[in-house]
Design a protein around this ligand. Structure first.
Ligand SMILES: Nc1ncnc2c1ncn2[C@@H]1O[C@H](COP(=O)(O)OP(=O)(O)OP(=O)(O)O)[C@@H](O)[C@H]1O
Ligand SMILES: [Mg+2]
Length: 239
């Protein structure tokens, strides 16, 4: 199996601070859909940043598509939705403009979208259910709709690897479910490799083959049904 992501015995600390991650081994094959969960401050975002080559491991190694993560030549194949991306929600740009920026980032041209790119942008907007709002300024949308626009931006890059850090913060339960379905569709139809961070992964639990729990390192890596009981989303338990 070809690997999208490989961490080998990775430890990480922010500039001389205490270790945030220790002894992390993680291999994600092309086409896997992995949920990453764990407590606040457990190191989930840091782990993603190391995976993406945005932070260098203090020791150990990080590879992306079999190249050192920090020097990966296939950046345009990766879309990363950082935590709390809705900070841009105040800017006076429309949904279509935001999503187009995702397409521009992927293409060889600056400032110009070709017709084929515009089709891809419209498809991405349709996938997240924002077609009717495409011309609306982002700031007039609800937080959940803004979050969908950012997801569409990531999709417009037609990524092979999609990395989402808590994309459902501020999104209601119904929208969380429909995002999970959307991701499952991308995974199933297009074979996109997905790393999805969330502490409430009840919505994705039924779609993923694998859950990774991060608390200063990887404390669990396995199928959702093997999870220790207390890690199941309480909203999905019937105790
Ligand atoms: N830029 C930074 N500089 C110094 N310390 C940091 C920095 N970013 C995160 N940390 C620390 O690293 C630890 C892990 O943080 P991280 O953001 O990776 O956790 P997380 O699991 O993503 O948490 P959350 O669920 O709240 O998003 C925390 O103790 C945090 O305070
Ligand atoms: Mg985080």
């Amino acid at each position: 199996m070809s690997l999208a992501v490989e961490l080998r015995d990775v430890s990480f600390a922010y500039h001389g601070g205490p270790p945030v991650l220790e002894g992390v081994d993680l291999a994600v094959g092309l086409g896997e859909f992995v949920a990453i969960a764990g407590p606040n401050g457990g190191g989930k975002t840091t782990l993603l940043r190391v995976v993406l080559g945005l932070e260098q491991p203090t020791s150990g190694s990080a590879s992306l598509f079999c190249e050192p993560a920090a020097r990966c030549s296939r950046r345009s194949a990766i879309a990363y939705l950082a935590q709390r991306a809705q900070a841009g929600g105040e800017a006076p740009v429309t949904v279509r403009e935001v999503v187009s920026a995702g397409r521009l980032a992927a293409g060889p041209l600056f400032g110009q979208l070709r017709r084929s790119d515009r089709v891809i942008v419209d498809e991405a907007i349709a996938r997240v259910g924002l077609t009717a709002s495409a011309a609306r300024p982002l700031r007039t949308l609800s937080g959940g709709m803004q979050q969908r626009a950012f997801i569409a931006k990531a999709l417009a890059a037609k990524p092979e690897l999609l990395v989402l850090d808590e994309p459902t913060t501020g999104v209601d339960a119904a929208s969380q479910e429909s995002l999970a379905e959307l991701l499952a569709e991308l995974h199933g139809e297009l074979g996109v490799t997905i790393l999805y961070v969330s502490h409430e992964f009840g919505a994705v639990e039924k779609f993923v083959q694998r859950v990774v729990l991060v608390r200063g390192g990887i404390v669990f890596d396995g199928a959702p049904h093997e999870l220790p009981g207390l890690w199941h989303d309480p909203s999905h338990s019937h105790a």
